[in-house]
Design a protein around this ligand. Structure first.
Ligand SMILES: [Zn+2]
Length: 257
């Protein structure tokens, strides 16, 4: 990762015709792209000369232009939609799985996780049950970070190096536990590119939304205008600190309605 750095893109479930989403509230759906829109973005990357990389690859390669492609939550569409598109364009990606959701309706089952892993995609960890980690006592946080890592390692049969934070929430305790659990990196939801100088336990990622236009997507991949998103992040984090996570979510849900 050299120069201006590498942008890490953050995706979630993809919408497929005739398939119900895992959740339906507006705060969730705004992160859900139609599979066709995701394909247009990957096509844009390919035509613009970008390589789509997993997190491990992005940390390793300095050649530009690259983006890292990441998915949170472990929805079934990681395999039945995203992986097909990624393969079409010759891209890799990292799929961060919520260990406790695997095998439940709409999420990957264990065979599907092994299939993703065996077909050259990278598997990461996104906690056990998707709570806001800073809200937890140590014992619960351990289950969400350490036990989740062990559970996913057991499924794929090898070590898991990368963790992404549910809801992007973290504090010093969270990052220290991820480090001591043996994770090599932690991905936040903060909109900045990553360079060799970036703390690997605070990797930035840029959320791609349902309504992200292709022109905006191009700007994001080039790292343009990320400071505006960062400013919005800081405002949001300030509000979260003042209100607490739960009250913040209620306010946010009211605003999105
Ligand atoms: Zn998530």
């Amino acid at each position: 990762m050299a120069g201006r750095g590498c942008v890490f893109l953050m995706y979630h479930e993809l919408e497929m015709p005739g398939r119900a989403l895992c959740q339906s509230e507006p705060g969730y759906v705004r992160y859900i792209l139609r599979a066709s829109a995701f394909r247009e973005q990957m096509q844009w990357l390919k035509q613009s000369g970008y390589r789509g990389l997993s997190v491990s690859e992005a940390l390793q390669y300095a050649t530009q232009p690259n983006v890292s492609i990441t998915f949170d939550d472990g929805c079934e569409t990681d395999l039945i939609a995203a992986a097909l598109v990624l393969r079409e364009f010759g891209f890799r990606a990292t799929f961060y799985l919520t260990a406790g959701f695997l095998g439940t309706p709409g999420y990957l089952n264990l065979d599907q996780v092994r299939e993703l892993d065996a077909s050259g995609f990278e598997i990461g960890c996104h906690s056990m049950t998707h709570p806001y980690l800073p809200d937890l006592a140590d014992a619960d946080m351990k289950r969400e970070i350490i036990d989740a890592k062990l559970r996913i390692e057991e499924i794929v049969g090898h070590r898991i190096d990368h963790f992404s934070l549910p809801g992007g929430r973290y504090d010093a305790r969270t990052l220290e536990m991820a480090r001591s659990a043996g994770f090599r990196t932690v991905a936040t939801s903060q909109a900045h590119a990553n360079t060799s100088a970036t703390n690997p336990y605070k990797l930035g990622r840029v959320a791609i939304y349902r309504d992200t236009a292709l022109g905006d997507f191009g700007a994001i991949c080039q790292g343009r205008g990320l400071w505006k998103k960062q400013l919005r992040d800081w405002t949001r984090h300030g509000l979260q600190r003042v209100l607490g996570n739960r009250a913040y979510d209620q306010v946010r849900a009211a605003l999105l309605r």
